[in-house]
Design a protein around this ligand. Sequence first.
Ligand SMILES: [Fe+2]
Length: 344
Amino acid sequence: MPIDGTARCLVVDDDAQVRHALAKVIEGHGLATVQAASGREALEVLQHHGEIPLVISDINMPEMDGIAFLKEALRRHSDLAVIMLTGVTEVTTAVECLKLGALDYIAKPVVIEEVRARVDKALEKRQLVLENRFYQHNLELRVRDLDRRNRQSLINGVQTLVHALEAKDAYTSGHSSRVSRYAVRTAVQLGYTGEMLEQIRLGGELHDIGKIGTREDILNKPGPLTLDEFEHVKAHSALGERILAPFLSESPMVLRIVRSHHERIDGAGFPDGIYAADIPREARIVAVVDAFDAMTTNRAYRPSRTTVDAMEELERCAGTHFDSEVVDAFRRAFPDVSVLPLGT
Ligand SMILES: [Fe+2]
């Protein structure tokens, strides 16, 4: 059946006379029409000829009846507005059609004014559904964007805190940023991309946030720490996790990194003393690069070691303190250790 680009209403009826008459009424109402003599033909029209928003379909048709057509048409084109034509004795069938998603029904014999009114109403309803869907989708996008921006501004605030913390201590200045960058380069070697890589970046940046709660005199103590003092310092990883937990619920790996960046694969680390496989690999990455940066920068209690020396130390402790695979990835990420430490 010939179709032009302006067709807007598909009329489906096996009775050519009824079909033509209906099409005429609808065209007189200002809508272009296209006709199909069966459900199957109507599906083909819908599939091949642009957007047709409205269908008026008879129920009793040979081959594929109106109900089977309605189901299939709505399955393929969920935005379609469908009006069913029913005989006066087919009220229960009409109700069934409405349940299946038809927007309306017209009882035969067809009254011209009724057709016009139902067509207008159906198109109006469809428009409302589409507008509502558009509004909802936009609202969802806006909420998601707002959520992302809120989260980012909170993270920025925490990062500012980290930098303020580092500024108090000349020895650790830039430590978090370097750990973050080393961790990302190492993670890339291990195949990380996307969201998890972003969590590693953030985990590296925030891993020592809990030191906000560490006493300054202990943080900057030039000599070795007493057992009690060391216990006090050890609290920073679990404290960091608690500080960040309220607003990083969607980035659980950041929290795991912060909590577990001092765990050792031989179980001798803290705060949980867990073993290799129980420590998330992401935390094992930060553990390695954190140790490297600590070794290669001056600390209150000792001067820095050379990068070559620090790399050898990591390799010496691989398999006991550190994850061998991660140490290997770190070496591959920085084959020329003379470029380290990276500037801030
Ligand atoms: Fe730490």
